[in-house]
Structures are given as C-alpha cells and as structure tokens.
Design a protein. Structure first.
Length: 377
C-alpha cells in the first residue's frame, strides 16, 4: 500500500446520516433535504436540532430545544471579564479559541464524555458561542458586553448583542439564513479535526477548540475575510478583470472560488447570490457587488473548465457587510453556525468510535547511526 491520498481526498473513514454533497451537480442536503429548502423554510435552531438528533423535531421538541438554548445563553462573569481583558489587536478567532477553552474551566460537566453529557454541552456551546463572539466584538471596540435577551431568536439575539440594538426582522431573517447555510458541510477540515480530537475520547471543549483552530485558516473559514480584503484591494469594479487576470497569470489563488468537493457552483453561494441580486435590484448595485460580478465572469471564463466556481465565501462577505458586521468577524460567525455541525458530527462519530490514526509513507534516511554532537559538520 504505497498510494498516498494527498489531503485525504476521496478517503472514506466513517458513515454519516447528516450531510450529503454531490460536488459535480452542486447538491447539498441535510437529512436528505436540500439546503435551499432549509434556507427558505427552516431556522438555525431547527437545523441544529435536526443535525444533533438526526431527525426533524416535532413542534414540542423544537419548542423545548429553543427554550434550552435560550436558558443557556449567559456566560460566566469570569469569562466576560477575561474577554474584556484580551488584547484588542488579536484576531477574533484567536480570542474565540481562547474563550471557548476558558469556558470549559467553569463547566463542572466539561470532562464528562457520555452521549448525554455531549448533548448537554453541545446545547450550551451552541447558545454560548453567540454570547462569546458578540462580547469579543464589543470588547474590541472598548464597549461593554450586552446581556442576551430570551425574547429573540438565535440570529436576532446575536445581532442585538453585537450592535446593542435590535435588528429589523429582515436583517434577523437574513442572518438566520446565513447561519443555516454554514451549519454543516460534511467532512470539512474543521469537522474532521473535531472528530480526530474526539476519537481519542477527549472532551467537547477540546474538540471545539481544535475545530476553531482548523476553521481559522484562509483555505477554510478564513476565506470569507480574505475575499473582502481582495475586494477592498481592487476597490473599483473597472479594475477587477485586470486584477484577476494578473493573479491567474501569476498562478496565484483567487479567494472565494474553488472547492475540494464542488466542481460546479456551490449551492450555498447561489442562495447568497440570489440575496445579493435582490438587494442590488432594490438599492442599485453596490461597489462590492459589481466587483464580485466582474470577478465571477473572469473566473468562470478562465478556470471554470477546471471546476473552479464561486464557493459560499464568495458572496457571504457582502451579506455580512450589509448587516454592518466587520470583516474580521466573518470567520467567528462561520464558527457560530458550524458549532452545530461540529457537535453533531462528534456525537455521531463517537457512537462507533475508532481512534483516528492514519499513516505516512516513510521517505527519510535509513541505516544511519547516531553521530556525537562534536563530530557533526
Ligand atoms: C478550496 C481549495 C483549497 C480547494 O483546492 P483543491 O481541491 O486542493 O484544488 P487544487 O488546489 O488541487 O486545484 C486544482 C486546480 O485548480 C486551481 N485552483 C484551485 N483553486 C483555485 C483558486 N481559488 N484560484 C485559482 N485557481 C485555483 C489550482 O491552481 C489547480 O490548477 P492546476 O491543475 O493547473 O494546478 C482551493 O480551491 C482554494 O484555495 N480556494 C481559495 C480559498 C477558498 O475560497 N476557500 C474556501 C473554501 S469553501
């Protein structure tokens, strides 16, 4: 067995009932239901339940789940104080990784790893990620954290804690859709990382802290922020084509396009593009939207044949910008949604746990002997 599956591409290591992706046709389903239907008809709370329990909730189950999330929104005062004391110039993902690890110190159940424990901790983490991320955002601006409200849904409450004022119903719904689109996505790098940690039978806080670290990178969750950096660098729609052509000539990667699995349009990018088009038709095309349109044209024309199309991060940044969210918070918001997928995947994998322990082909030296330090060149 000397064949190497670089990037573990195409390697199956477990079964799942949660998410299915057909990358060539651009299909994404959760529990067999297309992502477009989840985005149109459901809520982040309902999808989180569906992922955790691998079934659609009844009305009573959803009501109870929603009440449990609301009851767990508050974070320990010591954590709020710690967040307020974090250096203001660190990336929010660094702050989130630290805060989630810190949160575990105050959870008496933190070390417990039965399925019931993992469920209970997941509900708390889904609820508390929102409070933590909003508190980090406010602390960076030198502002006091805003206490959660239990008369708002998850999306609306997050925007309220972030901005200190209630979002409009349209804004809250749009953010809810963005969370739905990001809640789970099969065996991506951060979910795999969460599972790899859980496969040692480690605790949920360790799993989620590792997953946050994996999500942070620009090839994964960090791409949405990198897209906005690129749009800001381009600045003017008329410069987009030249900028992209030069990058491609120089064999540089364009952020927000391409995907390990999708070799056609990512269906999540379609939902977000529809929204961006809708806004453009009502308010006129924003500069960002025009730049994106021009980038998409060149990308599809020049590298579409390689299966490179816009992914979810291509349009998500403009949606978040419309909601007044700063670009360094795009990746934490990805985590805010993906905590549901991470938790659900860890719980599912743990049922048939097997320690993850792949192998590497050894290509180093052989038949060597130790050389005394003084004799080395
Ligand atoms: C996501 C990503 C890592 C997947 O890449 P991958 O499956 O490893 O694909 P490869 O890097 O093997 O790329 C295959 C070909 O497409 C090209 N390609 C892939 N992504 C590209 C991009 N974003 N821009 C330009 N070319 C790209 C590669 O250069 C390669 O070309 P070649 O065959 O001529 O060498 C990659 O597309 C990427 O870096 N995208 C930008 C970051 C991003 O948006 N990430 C978020 C994903 S949701």
């Amino acid at each position: 067995m000397t064949e190497i599956a670089k990037g573990l591409e195409g390697v199956l290591f477990t079964e799942t009932q949660l998410t299915f992706i057909n990358g060539t046709e651009g299909i994404l389903t959760h529990l067999g239901i297309p992502i477009q239907e989840w985005a149109e008809k459901s809520s982040f709370e309902e999808l989180s339940y569906a992922l955790l329990y691998a079934k659609l909730p009844t009305a009573a189950e959803l009501k109870q789940f929603d009440a449990d999330l609301k009851a767990n929104r508050a974070i320990p005062a010591k954590l709020s104080e710690a967040i307020a004391s974090f250096p203001k110039d660190v990336h929010p993902m660094q702050a989130l990784r630290t805060a989630v690890s810190y949160l575990g110190l105050f959870d008496p159940q933190a070390e417990a790893t039965s399925e019931a424990d993992r469920y209970a901790i997941s509900v708390r983490l889904i609820a508390q990620f929102a409070t933590i991320i909003a508190a980090i955002a406010r602390a960076r601006q030198g502002k006091e954290a805003v206490a959660p409200r239990d008369d708002l849904n998850h999306a609306g409450n997050f925007l309220y804690m972030l901005n200190g004022q209630e979002a409009t119903p349209e804004q809250a719904r749009l953010f809810d859709i963005a969370l739905i689109l990001h809640a789970d996505h099969g065996m991506n790098a951060s979910t795999f990382t969460a599972i790899a940690t859980s496969s040692t039978l480690s605790d949920m806080y360790s799993c989620m802290t590792s997953a946050i670290g994996a999500l942070k990178g620009p090839l994964h969750g960090g791409a949405n922020e990198a897209v906005m950096d690129m749009l800001d660098e381009i600045g003017d729609p008329s410069k987009a084509a030249d900028y992209i052509n030069k990058k491609l000539d120089d064999k540089e990667k364009i952020m927000g396009v391409g995907h390990r699995v999708y070799k056609y349009f990512d269906p999540r990018s379609r939902v977000l593009r529809d929204y961006a088009e809708h806004v453009a038709s009502k308010q006129g095309k924003s500069t960002y939207y025009q730049i994106l349109e021009n980038i998409e044209k060149v990308v599809v024309e020049r590298i579409g044949s390689k299966g490179i199309y816009p992914n979810v991060d291509f349009y998500s940044g403009t949606v978040y910008s419309d909601l007044g969210i700063a670009k360094e918070f795009f990746t934490p918001i990805f985590a805010l949604a993906r905590i549901s997928g991470w938790s659900a995947s860890v719980i599912e994998y743990t049922r048939n746990n097997r320690l993850l322990r792949p192998d590497a082909l050894y290509t180093g030296a052989t038949d060597q002997h130790y050389i005394d330090l003084n004799d080395r060149q």
